[in-house]
Design a protein around this ligand. Structure first.
Ligand code: AMP
Ligand code: MN
Ligand code: MN
Ligand code: MN
Length: 274
């Protein structure tokens, strides 16, 4: 059975519209699916009334937050999309993303890179603005040769564009999801480049905050990483989730759908929705 609980649309930094993404998911015979745009459910809202037959579309989101000075992503699934705590944090995050964009632009200006706010805003259009829009602008304006270089030099973890000041705390993000009857999932735990000790501390904090699961599979990854994440889930008594983190067709990216059998005997989050 194919599951995909981590995907992006044009509502954030994905290339496909919510309709096009759902059509793809149907084509790929995915049983249980979620659109998890960064800090917005506008993509989900626009298609939730008309998901293709055979697909169970679950409300989803990928919330930005901060823990111990690191930007962390928490996927929320199965929450009430009209829940007070969810609507409140999403409203705050809309403003946070605008404020953060200004701050990133100010920092680029200090490096004599002018016009990035206007440029990135134009590229984002009606999408939730993010670092990928700045990356695309940096390429188009000739400051870097590709998106990778934009992240390496200006936008990646620890670089000037990694502005965390506007994010809610990990505990606030988890509470917003759980408070609207959803399950909170720690996204791609190995992508934060934490030491083993710090990753354990993160899982502990996440679990204490009310987090329910961790992603044991996110896009393309090695079987060693999957095994490590399964051990982590087991050690912290967290359930498991999986997703492609699909943004666009890309030779290094994953296509939609993950075989749920990868979870083995570990308790998973999709059983809630089937
Ligand atoms: P934001 O949510 O605005 O902070 O942007 C984070 C997003 O940027 C991630 O979800 C990825 O889609 C993208 N991203 C992060 N790091 C890289 C990278 N090194 N190369 C390309 N895209 C990246
Ligand atoms: Mn993204
Ligand atoms: Mn993420
Ligand atoms: Mn993602």
């Amino acid at each position: 059975m194919l599951i995909d609980f981590h995907t992006h649309t044009t509502a954030s930094d994905g290339a496909l519209s919510p309709d096009a993404l759902l059509a793809r998911a149907a084509e790929a015979s995915i049983s249980c699916f979620a659109i998890t745009d960064h800090d917005t459910i506008r993509g989900y809202d626009s298609v939730c009334q008309r998901s293709p037959e055979g697909i169970r579309l679950i409300p989803g989101v990928e919330l930005s937050c901060v823990w111990s000075g690191v930007t962390i992503h928490v996927v929320g699934l199965g929450f009430d999309p009209k829940g007070d705590s969810m609507l409140t944090i999403l409203e705050a995050l809309d403003q946070s993303r605008l404020d953060r964009a200004s701050k990133i632009a100010d920092r680029l200006t200090a490096r004599k890179i002018l016009g990035s706010l206007q440029g990135a805003t134009a590229i984002a259009g009606t999408s939730q603005i993010g670092r990928p829009h700045f990356a695309q602008w940096l390429v188009e304006a000739g400051h870097v040769s590709d998106v990778n270089e934009a992240f390496d030099r200006y936008l990646g973890q620890g670089k000037l564009g990694d502005v965390k000041a506007f994010w809610p705390t990990l505990s606030e993000a988890v509470s917003a999801i759980v408070g609207s009857d959803g399950v909170a999932i720690l996204a791609h735990p190995l992508k934060y480049k934490l030491t083993r000790m710090k990753l354990n501390a993160l899982c502990d904090a996440f679990s204490t905050a009310g987090g329910g699961a961790i992603e044991i599979f996110n896009g393309k990854q090695t079987s060693d990483d999957t095994a490590r994440l399964k051990r982590l889930a087991d050690a912290f008594s967290l359930r498991v989730s999986v997703g492609s983190d699909f943004h666009r067709d890309w030779q290094y990216g994953a296509s939609l759908g993950v075989d749920g059998s990868i979870a083995g005997n570990l308790p998973n989050v999709w059983d809630d929705f089937l």
